[in-house]
Design a protein around this ligand. Structure first.
Ligand code: FMN
Length: 266
């Protein structure tokens, strides 16, 4: 019988390739098996973020004060797709599976934004967006939650803007993913800063988006103060990004036409 040389090149290669094969099978099986659970978790996370923006769930809890969970609370929302150009509801997409950010990268499902109009640095804007409507028990509009996004300093911030039923007052703002620096731009996640948003007015007398992130607030009670939120200290670029993304999405190229239609009772 030929001598078995366990340190021979053939044997080393055989062992190395076998280990690689076994590991890759293990890793890919784990990825495939965990995918459905990951999707469920992502969906749960999305719903939690919508509820948090609407002030229905606090930052550190997955139930409200009455013990209602995410799914139960989220059921109160009506999810609709909106044609951003006309501001009208559309059945062109399936609200269960529609991925708005993905659609913005598809030429047929989005439009190019010229530099001057692209204040949130999006590049393209999708034709169809999802909106989350919450009604009071009497059937009046309580809140509407809108997906928003825009460029900060290091990358795009993705979040939700909740607006009160008057369609003029912010109910809350929260970002679920961003690349800003912890302690600087990352303070967009700070609950104390997020608490500054409810009650801020969105539009000036002419109906134009007017939110401003400022280093020094105007005197309390003044007309300008209604639109102001403290900028994040040491994070001018992130603050500007947040201001711009809110102005973009509440403006003519964002949800403006939809909010006008909703205001008119359509
Ligand atoms: C490592 C590092 C990380 C930074 N991260 C951020 C950030 O996340 N957001 C931001 O606006 N500025 C960030 N900055 C600061 C900006 O570069 C810039 O100095 C700042 O926007 C100036 O803001 P100020 O006028 O409020 O001081 C960072 C700077 C450094 C050195």
């Amino acid at each position: 019988m030929a001598d078995f040389n366990k340190e021979g090149l053939g044997n080393v290669l055989f062992v190395a390739i076998s280990v690689c094969l076994v590991c890759s099978i293990l890793v890919s099986s784990a990825a495939v098996m965990l995918k459905p659970q990951q999707q469920i978790n992502q969906e749960l996370d999305r719903k939690q973020n919508i509820l948090r923006a609407a002030g229905m769930l606090s930052a550190d809890s997955i139930t409200d004060s009455e013990g209602r969970g995410v799914e139960e609370l989220f059921e109160r929302f009506r999810v609709r797709a909106v044609n951003l150009q006309t501001g009208e509801y559309t059945d062109a997409v399936d609200v269960e599976s529609y991925d708005q950010a993905k659609a913005s990268r598809v030429i047929a499902a989005s439009r190019n934004l010229e530099t001057a109009e692209d204040i949130a640095t999006l590049g393209r804007r999708e034709h169809v967006a999802l909106v989350y409507l919450l009604e009071t028990e009497q059937g009046a509009l309580d809140k509407v939650v809108l997906p928003v996004r825009g460029y900060g300093l290091w990358g795009t911030l993705f979040g939700y803007l909740a607006i009160e039923g008057d369609l003029h007052t912010i109910a809350g703002l929260g970002f679920y993913t961003h690349k800003e620096t912890p302690g600087l731009g990352g303070e967009v996640d700070n609950p104390d800063w997020k608490a500054l948003w409810p009650g801020v007015s969105l539009f000036d007398e002419s109906g134009a988006p007017a939110v401003r992130l400022v280093k020094t607030r105007s005197p309390e009670g003044s007309a300008a103060a209604a639109f102001e939120v403290d900028a994040l200290s040491g994070a001018t670029m992130t603050s500007r990004g947040v201001e711009n993304l809110i102005r973009f999405w509440t403006g003519e190229l964002g949800y403006g036409p939809f909010l006008n239609k909703l205001q008119a009772g359509a």
